[in-house]
Every structure is written in structure tokens, then in C-alpha cells.
Design a protein around this ligand. Structure first.
Ligand code: G3P
Ligand code: CA
Length: 290
């Protein structure tokens, strides 16, 4: 029993050292610091260093000083909200099939870390509730509602979870730590932002949670948007978020002209990071926060 406990402790120590070393090594190549006024958002957590959308990736993003974690929310077979990017569990677990073919407890039992590295075998698929409970008020959260047409009622359920943290909600954001408070004030940001590619779903979120800013993700196929479409999006969305390669100075100006903000995804190298900073985007979504 004692030797088993010791082995678990050593395994945990090994994992922390591994995470810190791999972060340090990768950061020497990338590792993007928060810039003046620009939000640094850890895409699916610090997913360049740790398995995406896991506690390891979110905690590492927090340790590396990201302003926000970004993550993807979908629904289980029994109607619970879970944090996973793909429609299926195939890529990130040893199982196959759609996320909504599994119950929450089945999903929570899946190893969602080994696909990245054997040291992360203890990482599992998380519920939305678990992520909120751990990080609400500690770090900014960019919550993406993924594939909402597959999950009737996902907006109401997500709004319920966000509201459950109501006592910590102040001025359109959760901020119960100095660090989050400083970020909210210095970067003129809300501590929670919700986003989706699906505009119907986003409007629904906006009407359910008017105090939470929403961000429209613009799909490559929808680019370029007409001025009228930008006006329409600006009527309810606080952010219009683009793949970084589609952004140029004129588009950033058009968004800013409408008093809306723009985030660029997903930045993975220094050259793209510098280009986004020069363009004056308001947020940079990256796998390599640092
Ligand atoms: O936050 C933007 C980005 O997450 C959208 O793309 O596919 O990584 O969810 P995806
Ligand atoms: Ca996402």
C-alpha cells in the first residue's frame, strides 16, 4: 500500500517536471507573452505543451500567465456538457464514436492524455461544470459552443452553468483574484466570453446571458464578409474572431470602426504573432502561451 502511494507520488512529481521542462523547451522556440492591451488566449489550454482541453493544459496555461483559456463545449448522451473539440472521441481517446453516444460518466472515464504523451495518461475528458468550478474567477474563459445543431438545448444548459457562478459575477465577468481583476481592468475585457461559428446559437446565448460578451467565429468559407454582414454581426457580437491568415489592416479597421473587437486564431509562430500585434488585434489565440 505504502509503496503504491509512493509510486503515485513519484509519478505526479515526474509529470510536473515533465510539463515544466517541455514548456521551458518549447517556450524558448515560442511562448507568447501577453502584450500591452492584447489578450493572450491559450487555445484549448496550453495545447502546444499538454493534451488539449484537459486539466493539465488549463493549469499550465494559468501557470504560464495566459489571460484566458479557450475550450470547446459539447453534450454527452445523458445531456451533460463536456469539454472536447471533435464531434467524436476518436482522435483524443482510445475509444471511437460520437461524443453524444457516451454518457458523462463514460466520457469522464476516458484517458484523454495518452494520445499526446504517456505521461498524461491520468487526464480525462472534463465536464464543463468541472472547468468552471476550477477556473471561474481565476483566469479569463473563452467558451466555445461547438456543433450546437447536434445538441438541442445546449445554449440553455451552458447559460445555466455560467449563471451558477453568479455570486462571483461582477460587471460582466468573474474576477475573484487580483490577477484576473488586473487583466479585466488593464485590457478592458470581460472575464468570460462565449463564442461559436453558429450565429443562431450565439444570438440565443446573447439573449440568455446579455451580460456576457459573445464572439462570432468567422469560417474561412464565409470570408470576405460584406459591410452589411459586419453591421449585422456587430449588432449583437462584441468580438468578430478570424483565422489569423485572413486578417489584414483593412479588416481590423472595419471591425474597430464598428466599435467591436477582433481576436485572431490560432497563432503558432513568432512571425504570425508579430504580424497580429502590428495589425492591432485585441486578442491572440495561441497553442503556446508563455
Ligand atoms: O478560438 C478559435 C478556435 O478555437 C476555433 O477553432 O477548431 O480550434 O475550435 P477550433
Ligand atoms: Ca475552439
Amino acid at each position: 500500500m505504502a509503496s503504491r502511494r509512493a509510486s503515485v507520488v513519484w509519478r505526479k512529481i515526474g509529470l510536473v517536471l515533465f510539463m515544466l521542462c517541455s514548456a521551458a523547451l518549447t517556450m524558448s522556440a515560442a511562448g507568447f507573452q501577453s502584450a500591452e492591451g492584447t489578450l493572450i488566449i491559450a487555445h484549448r489550454g496550453a495545447s502546444g505543451y499538454a493534451p488539449e482541453n484537459t486539466m493539465a493544459a488549463f493549469e499550465l496555461a494559468e501557470r504560464l500567465g495566459a489571460d484566458f483559456i479557450e475550450f470547446d463545449v459539447q453534450m454527452s448522451k445523458d445531456g451533460e456538457l463536456v469539454v472536447i473539440h471533435d464531434v467524436t472521441v476518436d482522435r483524443t481517446t482510445a475509444f471511437i464514436g460520437n461524443v453524444n453516444h457516451y454518457t458523462l460518466s463514460e466520457l469522464q472515464g476516458m484517458d484523454a492524455g495518452s494520445y499526446s504523451h504517456a505521461n498524461y495518461a491520468d487526464e480525462t475528458i472534463l465536464s464543463f461544470q468541472e472547468v468552471m468550478s476550477r477556473f471561474a474567477g481565476k483566469i479569463g474563459m473563452l467558451i466555445e459552443i461547438k456543433n450546437p445543431t447536434l445538441y438541442p438545448g445546449i445554449e440553455e444548459k451552458a447559460a445555466d452553468v455560467v449563471r451558477r457562478y453568479g455570486p462571483r459575477l461582477k460587471v460582466a465577468g468573474l474576477r475573484d483574484t487580483d490577477r484576473l481583476q488586473r487583466m479585466v481592468e488593464s485590457k478592458n475585457s470581460s472575464a468570460i466570453i462565449m463564442q461559436s461559428f453558429d450565429r443562431v446559437s450565439l444570438r440565443r446565448i446573447h439573449s440568455l446571458l446579455p451580460e456576457i460578451p459573445v464572439a462570432v467565429l468567422v469560417h474561412k468559407d464565409q470570408h470576405p464578409l460584406s459591410g452589411d454582414t459586419l453591421d449585422e454581426l456587430a449588432s449583437y457580437a462584441s468580438y468578430i474572431n478570424y483565422s489569423h491568415d485572413l486578417l489584414d489592416g483593412e479588416l481590423v479597421r472595419e471591425i474597430h470602426k464598428r466599435s467591436r473587437k477582433v481576436m485572431a486564431w490560432t497563432v503558432r509562430n513568432e512571425r504570425d504573432m508579430e504580424r497580429m500585434k502590428k495589425l492591432g488585434v485585441d486578442g491572440i489565440i495561441t497553442d503556446f502561451p508563455g
